[in-house]
Design a protein around this ligand. Structure first.
Ligand SMILES: Cc1ncc(COP(=O)(O)O)c(C=O)c1O
Length: 402
């Protein structure tokens, strides 16, 4: 039987903050780690710490096997055809930078990169850097005041001039779930590539890259109960084979002479240097943990907590919800009348409630909405009604100080 009560697996949730029991609602920034992930990382350093792929000894063999097992788990997690399509990176940001620097995008004809107003800076800035270098144009699909992508505008922006469309699956600022399948279809109809940023979706939805029909899918381990410093780029093997490595060094080569080098096949061609072995081992433990819990029923409980909390916030005097998506993931953004989001963050922090206030690396989105930032409560599978209650009572108390 898979687990339906997981809170006690996360030791940090039983601790306190500012002398109060911790209510952790900053899961979009990073999730907490279950004991099994913490133990697994400790176990690696205590019992089989070794470099991978090269040394001929037992510990190196074990470390290599664990790292490659995680690659297999990632392939299964994403429904990828082959482990060769799974590249380990530092996280979502590095995965996107890898694509931006390696993909053979830039023909004479295709001069546009299409993103959206919902993107995190890590799915904007790498494209600016590439655009500056290759004299390309970055254009963004706009949103409605509710935060929904304007699919009509998408249809006109994505055209035969488009080299690549890079779109987030779930907005980290507003919690909007995008119809990425529709966007990828538009890209494909015009022969453009499509990258899906899964940083905020990989934990909350079953991911099937074949069904989404994207060319690249990226996510970070730390947002799905794994450690920081490890993430994944999934790419179609035909594309990965054509792409040039963006970093050179050990491990990624086939042959090196003083004047030239040849490279390994994917994924190793993109993994220069010693990888984050402890991170990969920890990510493997996190993916195994996700298989052991009942994600479906935990997800339903989380969705009803988010829905209920959204409704309670909407009913509270002085609270203005920001974004009103048809389909919301586990993120609620709001403003409190007559106050700056940062002040609300501080007043909640004093009560042991950890959440985020500010622009959430979404400056273009905040500009579009005409606000400096929001207060953002983001939930995960271990949050329960007590967290929703504490957020509401914490806000009521904060309002008395304004
Ligand atoms: C939608 C989205 N994309 C990208 C990122 C960047 O992830 P990382 O900092 O793990 O690379 C984040 C982080 O919050 C995010 O929410």
């Amino acid at each position: 039987m898979s687990k339906t009560n997981i809170r006690s697996d996360f030791p940090i949730l039983a601790t306190s903050s500012r002398g109060k029991p911790l209510t952790y609602l900053d899961n979009a920034a990073t999730t907490q780690k279950p004991q099994c992930v913490i133990d697994k990382i400790g176990d690696y350093y205590a019992t089989f710490n070794a470099n991978v792929h090269r040394a001929a000894h037992e510990m190196a063999e074990k470390a290599t096997a664990e790292l490659e097992r995680t690659r297999e788990s990632c392939a299964k997690f994403l429904n990828a055809k082959s482990t060769n399509e799974i590249i380990f990176t530092k996280g979502t940001t590095e995965s996107i930078n890898l694509v931006a620097n390696s993909v053979p995008l830039f023909s004479e004809k295709r001069r546009n990169i299409v993103i959206s107003e919902l993107e995190h800076h890590s799915n904007i800035v790498p494209w600016h850097l590439v655009a500056e270098r290759h004299n390309l144009r970055v254009a963004a699909i706009g949103i409605s005041d509710d935060g929904e992508l304007d699919l009509n505008q998408a249809r006109s922006l994505i055209n035969d001039d488009t080299a690549l469309v890079a779109i987030t699956h779930v907005s980290n600022g507003l919690g909007v779930v995008n119809d990425v399948k529709a966007i990828c279809r538009m890209a494909r109809e015009h022969g453009a590539l499509c990258l899906v940023d899964g940083a905020q979706s990989a934990l909350h939805f079953p991911i099937n890259v074949e069904d989404i029909d994207c060319d690249f899918f990226v996510f970070s381990g730390h947002k799905l109960f794994g450690p920081t410093g490890i993430g994944v780029l999934w790419g179609r093997i035909e594309l990965l084979e054509k792409m040039t490595p963006w970093q050179g060094g050990g491990e990624m080569i086939e042959k090196v002479s003083i004047t030239s080098s040849t490279y390994q096949q994917p994924p190793f061609k993109f993994e220069a240097g010693t990888p984050n072995i402890a991170g990969a081992v920890g990510l493997g433990a996190a993916l195994k943990y996700l298989e052991q819990i009942d994600r479906d029923s935990l997800g339903k409980a989380q969705d009803s907590l988010v829905k209920n909390t959204t409704e309670r916030l909407a009913d509270m005097p002085g609270i203005k919800l920001i974004g009103n998506p048809n389909k919301r993931s586990a993120i609620i953004s709001f403003l409190v009348e007559n106050s700056h989001p940062n002040d609300i963050g501080t007043l909640l922090d004093q009560q042991g409630i950890a959440l985020r206030a500010g622009h959430h690396c979404n400056m273009p989105l905040m500009d579009r909405l005409g606000i400096p930032g929001t207060v953002r409560a983001s939930f995960s599978l271990y949050n329960d009604d007590s967290d929703g209650d504490r957020l509401i009572s914490g806000l009521e108390k904060a309002q008395t100080f304004l």
